[in-house]
Design a protein. Structure first.
Length: 466
């Protein structure tokens, strides 16, 4: 398989497919609003959508540094699914039933995104095939069974555990020994969704200024090079780019993830692979992969490359390292050998937001009017929607338009987390963690033992994930 002709960067394959948009007009000068949203990705756009739907007369301004969907919302793997970062920790902090409510809200969020996309005529190539998590080593199979049991304990009684033969009948992953499937998931085209959302909120009367980087957020003020927007509520919806804001360098770590997309694969290859249900596909490796069968019959597959740039740096328009492209290609061919001759059309990368305790959060500080949502740790396609509806309810509660709701009572609301360590400890810790995960995965590939490799357990403790 050659990668000589691979497009590297250019934001993402999804933008290469749809075309990079012309940026909307930047902020022309000082302005006022009822609500100012910083960040034009899924979180910011969904929040604008639900607030405007709830209170049509609200004056809402969205400020975006590049163009809507430039960040993770335009680069992700297209997994609309019910995973949420931090659920197990919330169970420890608030009790099992509180975490069950959070999980149920996430299950319903998948339905909500599909509903709104249909209602607003947003064609995002959504296909509800569910999510298939595959194991292909004894250690992965043991983790898969534990994972499956835990998900059922959190209310997913419609989840299905499959053996090797049943798994390969769905998707013929080489060496698969089992899988767990949930119906609470769908494949989609990330950029079609974000473009549709941006057009929808604009049509509702929301003002969007692009090419307008916010440099600092203060109570009732969002400062940009072109002027300041003053509003009673300033909502930070910047996810992996949060570190670019003054004073936020150590708030959420910008974790890097990379992807490749093949050329459209011919019918004989798909006959060997199957994947007729077009489930989103993941595995139980420690440095896990995620993949989808696209609407035009490519495989888009992602995973960790260089996980973190020193000083919380971000990428240059999605470029990724050649070694990362080769590593992802190797995963693709190992899982699906019949793709060995396929061309890799595109490779790209992006950052996702990771809090120090790996827990997604939604907060509104009622004393200052500052709010934020994020830290999705890669599970943001659906979680952004739940976060947006929660921010809507928090603002309506604070402004006296409503009381507490089921969403404002969820355990991730108002969660506080400590900041990341300063450099160089941050860089050393993250790179050490992923080096350990990769070493554990290599050892598990050749080990007959069902237990998780001790190196991975040590990495989990280092990361603070358990």
């Amino acid at each position: 398989m050659s990668t000589v002709s691979t497009v590297n960067g250019g934001i993402s394959f999804w933008y290469a497919d749809q075309g990079t948009p012309l940026a909307r007009e930047p902020l022309p000068g000082d302005a006022t609003a009822d609500i100012c949203i910083v960040g034009g990705g899924y979180t910011g756009l969904w929040t604008a959508y639900y607030l405007k739907k709830a209170v049509p007369f609200l004056n809402i301004t969205v400020l975006e540094a590049k163009f809507c969907g430039y960040g993770a919302s335009g680069r992700n793997g297209g997994w609309l699914y019910n995973g949420i970062a931090g659920r197990d920790r919330y169970a420890k902090l608030h009790g099992h039933e509180a975490a069950v409510r959070l999980q149920q809200a996430m299950n319903e969020t998948v339905d909500e995104v599909v509903r709104v996309a249909a209602e607003e005529d947003i064609d995002a190539d959504i296909h509800r095939g569910g999510v298939l998590e595959v194991a292909y080593t004894p250690a992965q199979l043991a983790r898969l069974k534990d994972f499956h049991s835990v998900e059922i304990a959190f209310g997913e009684t419609d989840r299905v555990l499959r053996g090797a033969r049943e798994t390969c009948e769905r998707v013929n992953v080489t060496g698969a020994v089992g899988s767990s499937w949930t119906p609470h998931g769908a494949r989609l085209h990330p950029v079609k969704l974000v473009k549709g959302l941006a057009a929808t909120v604009e049509a509702l009367g929301v003002t969007i200024h692009e090419s307008t980087p916010v440099t600092e957020i203060k109570p009732k003020h969002a400062h940009t090079p072109y002027g300041t927007v003053r509003a009673p509520y300033i909502l930070r919806c910047t996810e992996g780019f949060t570190a670019n804001l003054k004073g936020q360098r150590r708030t959420w770590l910008p974790m890097n993830s990379s992807m490749i997309a093949t050329e459209p694969l011919p019918a004989p290859v798909w006959e060997s692979i199957g994947w007729d249900g077009r489930e989103t596909l993941g595995d139980m490796a420690h440095a896990y992969m995620y993949a989808q069968r696209t609407a035009d019959d490519r495989i888009a597959l992602g995973g960790r490359g260089v996980p973190y740039r020193f000083g919380s740096g971000t990428d240059n328009d999605g470029r990724t390292q050649p070694a990362t492209i080769e590593a992802l290609r190797d995963i693709l061919v190992r899982l699906f050998p019949t793709t060995a001759g396929a061309r890799i059309d595109h490779a790209w990368s992006g950052v996702l937001g990771v809090p120090r305790d790996w827990c997604a959060t939604v907060t509104l500080d009622r004393s200052t009017g500052l709010g934020w949502a994020g830290g999705y740790v890669g599970s943001g396609v659906a979680t952004t929607n739940l976060a947006a509806r929660t921010l809507r309810d928090l603002i309506q509660q604070d402004s006296g338009q409503s009381g507490p709701t089921e969403l404002t009572a969820l355990p991730w609301v108002g969660h506080k987390v400590r900041r990341w360590e300063p450099e160089p400890f941050r860089w050393l810790g993250v790179h050490g963690m992923y080096a350990a995960y990769r070493a554990a995965d290599r050892r598990e590939l050749t080990s007959p033992r069902p237990g998780t490799d001790p190196i991975a357990k040590a990495a989990d403790r280092l990361a603070g994930r358990h």
